[in-house]
Design a protein around this ligand. Structure first.
Ligand SMILES: [Zn+2]
Ligand SMILES: [Zn+2]
Length: 144
């Protein structure tokens, strides 16, 4: 299966990220994280860097996987449902139980985050309100 798993973003196109070191959550714009020259992301809170994939929160991964699985189940249900119908009256019967779709894990959108403009890289991220431009590290260049 090479269904692409898409990570959900909020209404403004921000993706939730979580630092693998300190667990601090922040948000960044999808286009910035996916950019070819963004290989590593610096945590705005502790300033440590890691591969951008390491910053995807576990609940977001599970959410995306459930959606991908549901898509696959829908396709299977369609395919087998058709096969079952076409075999009607042919004397051959087979039993196919529809696969149940699972409800994707509820993602809690953090509404307490505020947008911060990073002048060093001319990018915008979202961090918790108690962090300010003076205390955060830029996720893209690591500048404090
Ligand atoms: Zn951190
Ligand atoms: Zn920067």
């Amino acid at each position: 299966m090479n269904e692409e798993i898409s990570i959900p973003s909020d209404s403004e196109g921000f993706y939730s990220l979580e630092c693998p070191y300190c667990g601090e959550r922040f948000k960044a714009l999808g286009g910035d994280i996916d950019a070819e020259d963004t290989l590593e992301i610096y945590c705005p809170s502790c300033g440590l860097a890691d591969d951008s994939n390491s910053f995807i929160p576990q609940d977001v991964i599970e959410h995306a996987q459930t959606i991908a699985m549901n898509y696959m189940k829908q396709e299977m249900n369609k395919t087998f449902g058709k096969a079952k119908r076409s075999m009607k009256g042919s004397g051959i019967s087979f039993d196919f139980k529809k696969m149940k779709e699972e409800k994707p894990k509820e993602l809690t959108e953090d509404e307490t985050m505020e947008q911060v403009k990073l002048h060093c890289c001319d990018k915008t991220i979202k961090v918790h309100g108690d962090q300010t431009t003076d205390t955060i590290y830029c996720p893209y260049c690591g500048v404090n």
